[in-house]
Design a protein around this ligand. Structure first.
Ligand SMILES: Nc1ncnc2c1ncn2[C@@H]1O[C@H](COP(=O)(O)OP(=O)(O)O)[C@@H](O)[C@H]1O
Ligand SMILES: [Mg+2]
Length: 160
C-alpha cells in the first residue's frame, strides 16, 4: 500500500515531492483543523499522523496515487466512515473549533454542513428533477416555484 502524502505540519500539498513547502495559515482563517489523525480499517492503518489545516473560503485540493487514502480522509470530515465496520479513528478534527467526533455532535447536522460529491454518482431511481429536489424536500421545502428555481439554478451552470 502506498503511504499517504498528507503527512504535514500544516496544509502542505507538496509533501510527497522532494521540495517540501509548507503554507502557513492564520489561526482565524482556518476552517478545518486536523491533528494527529490516524485511521484504520481493521488492522490496516491507512492514514498516519495527519496534521492539516484547511482555510475557509478557499479551494483546497489534495492529490495522491490511487489507494493512498484521499477518500478515507474526506469521509473522516463528515463521519461517513462511522458506517464502515471495523473502522477506527484517533486524533482530532475540529470544524470551526468544534471537535466533530465529540459525543455531543449531531452527525446529521454535521453532514448537512459538510457535503460530499462522490466520485461515482449514485442517483435514486427517480427523475433528475426529483434527485436534485430530494435534499430540499427532506428539509421541508415543497413549494413548486422555489423548487423549480433552485433546480434550475443548480442545473443550468453545469449545462443540464
Ligand atoms: N471499506 C474499506 N475497508 C477496508 N479497506 C478499505 C476500505 N475502503 C478503502 N480501503 C483501503 O484503504 C486504502 C485507501 O483507500 P481510499 O481512501 O479509497 O484511497 P484513494 O481515495 O486515495 O484512492 C486502500 O488501500 C483501500 O483499499
Ligand atoms: Mg478515492
Amino acid at each position: 500500500m502506498t503511504k499517504p502524502l498528507l503527512h504535514a505540519p500544516a496544509m502542505d500539498l507538496n509533501s510527497g515531492t522532494k521540495r517540501r513547502k509548507t503554507i502557513r495559515i492564520e489561526e482565524q482563517d482556518i476552517c478545518i483543523k486536523m491533528d494527529k489523525l490516524n485511521f484504520f480499517y481493521g488492522a490496516s492503518q491507512v492514514l498516519h499522523d495527519i496534521d492539516m489545516r484547511i482555510p475557509r473560503k478557499k479551494v483546497t485540493a489534495y492529490i495522491g496515487p490511487s489507494g493512498c487514502g484521499k477518500s478515507t480522509l474526506l469521509r473522516c470530515i463528515n463521519r461517513m466512515n462511522d458506517l464502515v465496520d471495523n473502522a477506527r479513528i484517533d486524533g482530532q478534527i475540529l470544524l470551526g473549533g468544534e471537535n466533530i467526533y465529540d459525543k455531543a455532535i449531531n452527525v446529521t447536522d454535521l453532514r448537512r454542513r459538510v457535503g460530499m460529491v462522490f466520485q461515482k454518482p449514485n442517483p435514486f431511481p427517480k427523475s433528475i428533477y426529483e434527485n436534485v429536489a430530494y435534499g430540499l424536500r427532506i428539509q421541508g421545502v415543497n413549494d413548486r416555484k422555489t423548487l423549480d428555481e433552485s433546480i434550475e439554478n443548480a442545473l443550468e451552470p453545469v449545462g443540464q
